[in-house]
Design a protein around this ligand. Structure first.
Ligand SMILES: Cc1ncc(COP(=O)(O)O)c(C=O)c1O
Length: 441
């Protein structure tokens, strides 16, 4: 298939440009209509293999879809808005009880909101309440959301922060982005200088250990370019938090909910957080934000945090049906995502060998990034090539999203058929090969 936008598609783009404030958009004209099986369809019935999970939301493809639809339909016939943070209601409580069975022992309190950024806002406020401290530590290259509190933590792209500061209660430290080590070191012989930095500079010079309420960490940086840190880094961060009475907040909004093969992505590193945040896939396509705290941290003062729509029954019904699906199928989801993950890593590693513009391939579970460079030696980001490759893939029937400065994110539904994974990778490799030849000529 070679894609040509019809007049109907072009007209929607034009109307969008007129009436919508500009946000971020892919450089190709995908106008969403529906999803079925492993495919996404546009309004003209064109079919695309989905390597995006619609920005990490449809992690399980067709699996829970019918149950989600039925649960939302039957709930919406009775009531969708129970004013849960004013009145009482059984369904959000039942869902919270079920959700907590997926968490390590000792996690017993839940707060509902409507998005990832709100889940992090809540974690930020709770951390201050629990510790009585003001400062927060976050990492460069991170993404935690765009409302003002979360945006103070976010630092993946300058455009996201420009004009919105000052954000004066957050200090940033380097993440273990080993391909572009901020200290110019090689992993294995680096002595984990990034962990030392936090101890010596963040807590030695920027603020003192007694002033920080929380360290926010993405177990795998998502928007920053799918950066998978070494386990020692994550363990080192946990140790620093422990030594200083700082809470560790794991932002699982993108990497969580089975994406890395485990329900909680932080579990891949043998580390537990004090607060976890979830959103995206948890709602099965409806908006939800979830903040889960360690029971021993206690409660927050009544009235200190709340919202109108948290515990919305349509979202809770969708989240409940998605969770039931995951609990019932955990082993098969894991097996399928291990199989697909191995296949993707093998193909990406081959591309890394074959093509000069593929600077780095990395991933865990079913969360992959392909970082494009002008050449392997200089590692100069091949920014323009990203758009060209995304467009070419789209025109040949594959949906992809970018991440970071020059990384292409590969995050299909975990349960996609191996044939469609192969088909998608064939389309992707063809586009990489063409871009590589152009770069070499
Ligand atoms: C790790 C992480 N945290 C928070 C957010 C913000 O979530 P939302 O867009 O639902 O506010 C995102 C969104 O991409 C994310 O990837």
């Amino acid at each position: 298939m070679t894609f040509r936008p019809t007049r109907r598609i072009l007209r929607i783009l034009e109307r969008d440009r007129k009436v919508m404030l500009t946000t971020t958009r892919v450089p190709y004209p995908f106008v969403a209509d529906s999803i079925k099986g492993d495919y996404a369809f546009d309004i003209e019935g064109n079919k695309f293999i989905d390597f995006t999970s619609f920005i990490s939301v449809y992690n399980f493809g067709e699996g829970p879809r019918e149950a989600v639809r039925n649960a939302v339909k039957s709930q919406s016939e009775k009531l969708t808005h129970p004013a849960f943070y004013d009145f009482y209601c059984a369904q959000p409580v039942e869902y919270a009880e079920k959700l907590l069975t997926m968490f390590p022992k000792g996690f017993g309190r839940v707060f509902f909101s409507n998005s990832g950024t709100e889940a992090n806002e809540a974690a930020l406020k709770f951390s201050r309440l629990f510790t009585g401290r003001q400062y927060t530590i976050a990492f460069y290259n991170s993404f935690h959301g765009r409302t003002m509190g979360s945006l103070g933590l976010t630092s993946s792209k300058p455009v996201q922060r420009r004009h919105f500061g000052p954000f004066n209660s957050v200090v940033h430290a380097p993440y273990a982005y080993c391909y572009r080590c901020p200290f110019g070191r090689e992993y294995g012989s680096c002595g984990l200088e990034c962990v030392d930095y936090i101890r010596k500079n963040t807590l030695g010079k920027d603020i003192s250990g007694k002033e920080a309420c929380a360290i926010f960490i993405e177990p795998v940086q998502g928007e920053g370019g799918i950066v998978v840190p070494p386990a020692e880094f994550v363990k080192g961060v946990r140790k620093i938090a422990d030594e200083n009475g700082i809470l560790l907040v794991s932002d699982e909004v993108q990497a969580g909910y089975m994406r890395t093969g485990k329900f909680l992505a932080l579990d891949n590193f043998g580390v537990k957080a004090d607060i976890y945040t979830l959103a995206k896939a948890a709602g099965g396509g409806l908006p939800i934000g979830i903040t889960v705290t360690r029971t021993s941290l206690g409660d927050i003062p009544a009235g200190s945090h709340s919202n109108t729509f948290g515990g919305n029954l349509a979202s809770i019904a969708a989240a409940g049906a998605t969770l039931d699906y995951v609990r019932k199928n955990t082993e098969s989801i894991r097996r399928k995502s291990r199989e697909n993950g191995a296949l993707i890593m093998k193909r990406l590693s081959e591309m890394h060998e074959r093509y000069e513009i593929v600077g780095d391939v990395r991933g865990i579970g079913m969360m992959f990034g392909v970082e494009l460079v002008k050449d392997k030696r200089s590692k100069a980001p091949a920014v323009m090539e990203v758009d060209t490759i995304l467009k070419s893939c789209f025109e040949n029937g594959l949906l992809l999203l970018p991440a970071g400065v020059s990384t292409i994110r590969i995050m299909p539904p975990l349960t996609m058929s191996s044939q469609n994974i192969e088909r998608g990778l064939d389309i992707f490799e063809k586009a990489i090969k063409a871009a590589n030849s152009r770069a070499g000529s």
